[in-house]
Ligand binder design. Structure first.
Ligand SMILES: [Zn+2]
Length: 172
């Protein structure tokens, strides 16, 4: 297991849609371990494989730090949204945009299917925070980041805030 480097905006890898996983072999299992370890090291609650440079449709989620009940800890391989309804607004963060939060509107309830690490297809229903995390990570797998979910002035201000934050981070 290893903590991997998280790719930051505006790296073009984040804009590139990922590919379906064909076979869940030992390399994939090792990648999933690295994803969990990297997510925990960065205090995240979700991570998409392309955020550590692997262009595959895999995400990990662990909402435990948010004190959600019940906490959701999952690996979702080749996830597909089946149904979505309602709306919810939440100030989201993203490991690929250190320090930036942006209020995004998403569906409040989602139904989805995905393969687990054993290759079994399962269906899930999430509501509230886990639904937000799932949609944020699904966007990553499609090459979409959270600033693509806001527009106009809101998007421009978020990008300006982010570029200031980056200067702060690079000064150390
Ligand atoms: Zn993100």
């Amino acid at each position: 297991m290893a903590v991997r480097k998280v790719i930051r905006f505006p790296n073009p890898i984040l804009k590139t849609p990922t590919l379906k996983v064909d076979v869940i072999d030992n390399d994939i299992k090792k990648l999933v371990e690295d994803m969990f370890e990297t997510m925990y090291a960065e205090d995240g609650v979700g991570l998409a494989a392309n955020q550590i440079g692997e262009p595959l449709r895999i995400m990990v989620i662990d909402t435990t730090p948010k004190k959600e009940s019940p906490p959701i800890k999952l690996v979702l391989i080749n996830p597909e949204l089946l149904h979505a309804e309602g709306t919810i607004k939440y100030k989201e963060g993203c490991l690929s945009f250190p320090g930036l939060t942006v209020e995004v509107e998403r569906y409040s309830r989602v139904k989805l299917k995905a393969l687990d690490l054993q290759g079994e297809e399962k269906e899930y229903e999430f509501e509230g925070f886990p639904a937000i995390v799932f949609q944020h990570e699904l966007d990553h797998l499609d090459g979409i980041t959270f600033i693509d979910r806001v527009n106009g002035l809101k998007r421009r201000l978020a990008l300006e805030r982010y570029s200031k934050l980056q200067k702060q981070y690079s000064r150390g």
